[in-house]
Write a protein that binds this ligand. Structure first.
Ligand SMILES: [Zn+2]
Length: 145
């Protein structure tokens, strides 16, 4: 009996270790950075014209409507912080304006399940250069370096 319980604990520990490793740098389906927001995951993606696109996904990474989710994106280049105005899309949000020049710089994405919910903050280093290893932009790089 005791052995079984120990084995179960070991198994649980092993599984959570695996989950942690896998969750460290998850890949966004569009090539962006997947944010571990709850209840829906959100992908931060920079379009060709430098707009920020936020896409919401369910647990199976299927794009879903944002419902009452609220998102705020703040760019923090050396020239000063800029809050990007967002408009709703079928599966998330897109910024009305392009990201300011001067990257790499910090971008803060704030996700709320509803307007009254506690904010979940995600800080990204906005670097649009391509990573030679995974061929994703550095801000969305899934490599271990
Ligand atoms: Zn990479």
């Amino acid at each position: 009996m005791k052995t079984i319980r120990q084995l179960t604990l070991l198994f649980i520990a092993a599984v959570s270790a695996l989950t942690l490793t896998a969750a460290e740098k998850p890949a966004g389906p569009k090539g962006g950075r997947l944010l571990e927001s709850a209840p829906l995951k959100a992908e931060f993606f920079v379009t060709k014209d430098r707009k920020v696109e936020i896409t919401f996904y369910d647990a199976a990474l299927k794009p879903v409507a944002p419902d009452a989710q609220v998102v705020a994106v703040t760019a923090e280049p050396a020239a000063g912080r800029t809050a990007l105005e967002l408009e709703k899309t079928a599966t998330g949000f897109v910024s009305k304006t392009a990201l300011p020049a001067g990257e790499p710089y910090r971008v803060v994405v704030q996700v709320r399940a509803t307007a009254d919910a506690r904010a979940q903050n995600f800080r990204l280093d906005l670097n649009l250069a391509l990573c030679g290893e995974c061929q994703r932009a550095e801000y969305a790089c899934t490599c271990d370096h």
